[in-house]
Design a protein around this ligand. Structure first.
Ligand code: ADP
Length: 643
């Protein structure tokens, strides 16, 4: 704010404080509202997700329960021998103290196997007596061979085993090997408490290991398939016994096979099946998890156990549509199914709540995408509030500016009144003084013309001031009517200059006249209200003489500039700082030069000059630098000469 007056009239701090306060209330209110809304939206989002997950968890629990119940419903009909369709990879068992029935997957071993019937030893008593006394082994072999011809498969098996034993004692390994081959052909016929094939294959491997060769690997493969295909109902001890021979060189020990895992799961659950009359449970073996249902039936305890993946297919299908993922955790906290779910964003149903073998965790399938949607919604909301805050701030600022302007004008106006009164006082005081002297009648007659002359000058000055004020009033209100006539600009300016010289002879020498027409003699034709334009020019000349030293010249020129003629008034005075170039044209505004030089004035001269020039279709331009003087140029449109 360069203007001295502006400094004085700067909006009071209280006004600023008031506006900050008034604009601050809605700002804070809207800001708080926005923040609350965002918070609520966030909370609502969390709640919505939680509800969705709650529903999904309930649905999942119901679906798993339904799947287990469906398996449970199979138990009685299956135990009664009805044909039921078992889930893939599942095994159905009926047992009391031993295994009674099996359907589905054949297991490598069972927790309990039916004890095989033994062949009466009496059949071999004679031959064995001879054998153990080591008498005539070839004779013994003949006896065993004879018994081996029996139609009874178990008798045959027992005889073949003894025959092979004798042959081995005789070092007839090749023949013993062949006899074991025969024995293997008897399959599951029990021999010495085990299926004949297992016994035979094991012995063949032992024999082959002794002799070495590829044959051993082939034989091991045969034993592996006999064991793992679950061809025989054997118990764990038997299975381990036969499996042991496989871990010798040439064949890797088989430890992980689906059927073996299932057998282990059955083994693990077996005690529970015996303790509880009915139930559902899960068991994990290696990477596989199995789910079992069981109950007592008239035929014995029936149990159905299969892979949890198979149990979960229907549940998974249901959940897929809900865009959630599921994890099952067994009571020990081990993940049974699904992928791990972070604690923070999941809903949990414990196994106690659901009566299932697992605790259920449900989370969003794609939390990042869900988050992105809510985030973008919140961003829009935040942006909306941001715009509102901006709008309130901007509105507050503009109202503040307008009010400040109005206040400025009010103050300028009161200053103006003071200045005008002051200006009026000078001529009025002089006139009063002269009138008093004349009234007294003591004035010498020779001085009378001097007094009358002074009285006349002062009253004309007063008249001019009143006229000027009335003019300003009309111009400012836009009520001044203009009488445009064809005028020669040079001639008009010359006339105004002459008048000024006449009125102020002391300053007359300062005014330098320059008419710079293209063709110097030709008139510059404009349409002008001569009186108004003369008033504008007088104001400019007046200012030039007020704001420059008495010794410096004032140059007046008329220069055609294209379609315009520029009438300039130039001084070498104090000049006007750049930041006041616009402000000094406002009404009542006075610049720093007025203060610096203590020049009296009302701040309406430039306002009037500019309004008049504008009314002529022109513009008033200012070039000035502090300390170097100022040039005001009224640019007025020139009338084309043919018009
Ligand atoms: P006033 O002269 O009565 O103050 P004006 O409207 O004529 O009012 O001028 C406004 C202000 O412009 C003046 O107060 C002064 O500061 C500045 N001004 C005008 N003309 C000149 C000039 N020729 N040189 C320096 N300052 C000027």
């Amino acid at each position: 704010m360069g203007l001295a007056l502006r400094n004085q009239l700067a909006a009071p701090v209280t006004l600023l404080a008031l506006f900050v306060f008034l604009a601050g209330i809605p700002l804070v209110a809207v800001g708080w509202l926005g923040w609350r809304l965002l918070e609520q939206d966030r909370a609502l989002d969390v709640q919505r997700v939680r509800e969705r997950l709650d529903n999904a968890a309930a649905l999942a629990a119901r679906e798993i329960d339904r799947s287990l119940a469906a398996r449970n419903d199979l138990l009685i009909p299956a135990a009664q021998g009805e044909s039921v369709s078992l889930p893939a990879d599942a095994v159905f068992l009926v047992f009391d103290s031993r295994l009674l029935q099996r359907q589905g997957v054949r297991l490598p071993y069972y927790p309990k196997a039916s004890p095989p019937l033994d062949v009466p030893a009496i059949l071999f008593a004679d031959a064995e007596a001879q054998e153990f006394r080591n008498q005539d082994l070839s004779n013994v072999a003949v006896s065993y061979r004879a018994i081996a011809a029996s139609k009874d498969r178990s008798v045959r098996g027992a005889a073949l085993m003894r025959l092979a034993r004798v042959l081995r004692k005789q070092q007839k390994l090749r023949e013993a090997f062949a006899v074991y081959g025969e024995l293997a052909g008897l399959g599951e016929t029990p021999v010495a408490g085990s299926p004949a094939e297992l016994v035979a294959r094991r012995e063949r491997i032992v024999l082959l290991n002794a002799t070495g060769g590829d044959e051993a690997a082939k034989e091991k493969q045969l034993l592996v398939s006999a064991l793992f295909d679950g061809r025989f109902q054997i118990d764990r001890a038997t299975f381990d016994f036969y499996q042991e021979v496989l871990s010798t060189p040439h064949a890797p020990a088989e430890t992980s096979r689906p059927s073996l895992d299932l057998a282990r799961a059955v083994e693990a659950l077996w005690p529970l099946w015996q303790q509880q009359s009915a139930g559902r449970a899960a068991s994990a073996v290696n990477e596989s998890v199995f789910a079992a249902v069981w109950r007592r039936t008239p035929a014995g305890t029936a149990a159905l156990i299969g892979r949890v993946d198979d149990l979960m297919t229907s549940t998974q299908a249901v959940l897929q549509n809900l865009d959630v993922r599921l994890a099952l955790e067994d009571p020990s906290g081990r993940l049974s199914w699904g992928s791990p779910v972070a604690d923070a964003d999941r809903v949990t149903r414990t196994f106690r709540e659901t009566d299932l073998p697992w605790t259920i965790h449900v989370a969003l399938a794609d939390p990042v995408a869900a988050q992105a949607i809510s985030n973008s919604r919140r961003n829009v909301l935040a942006a909306g509030f941001g715009v509102m805050l901006l709008a309130i701030t901007a509105a507050g600022y503009f109202v503040f500016r307008a009010v400040r302007r109005e206040l400025d004008v009010a103050r300028l106006q009161s200053d103006f009144v003071a200045a005008v009164s002051h200006e009026f006082r000078t001529p009025l005081t002089a006139m009063c003084h002269l009138t008093e002297m004349l009234e007294e009648g003591a004035t010498p007659p020779d001085r009378l013309p001097l007094y009358y002359g002074a009285l006349g000058r002062e009253s004309r000055r007063l008249h001019a001031m009143v006229e000027s004020l009335l003019d300003f009033g009309r111009i400012d209100a836009g009520r001044r009517g203009y009488q445009f006539v064809d005028t020669d600009a040079t001639e008009l300016v010359k006339q105004v200059v002459q008048e000024c010289r006449d009125h102020a002879p002391s300053a007359a020498h300062r005014i330098e006249w320059q008419a710079l027409s293209v063709r110097a003699r030709e008139p510059v034709r404009i349409r002008a209200d001569r009186e108004a334009l003369a008033l504008a020019l007088r104001n400019l000349l007046d200012n030039a003489s007020k704001y420059s030293p008495e010794s410096s010249p004032i140059r007046v020129s008329v220069r055609p500039q294209g379609a315009f003629v520029g009438i300039s008034v130039e001084d070498e005075g104090v000049g006007i700082p750049k930041d006041e170039h616009r402000a000094i044209f406002r009404k009542f505004a006075r610049g720093s030069s007025a203060r610096a030089l203590n020049v009296k004035g009302t701040g309406i001269g430039l306002t009037m000059a500019e309004q008049i020039v504008k009314a002529h279709g022109g513009r008033l331009e200012l070039q000035s630098e502090p300390g170097r003087g100022s040039r005001f140029t009224a640019l007025l449109p020139v009338r084309p000469s043919h018009a």
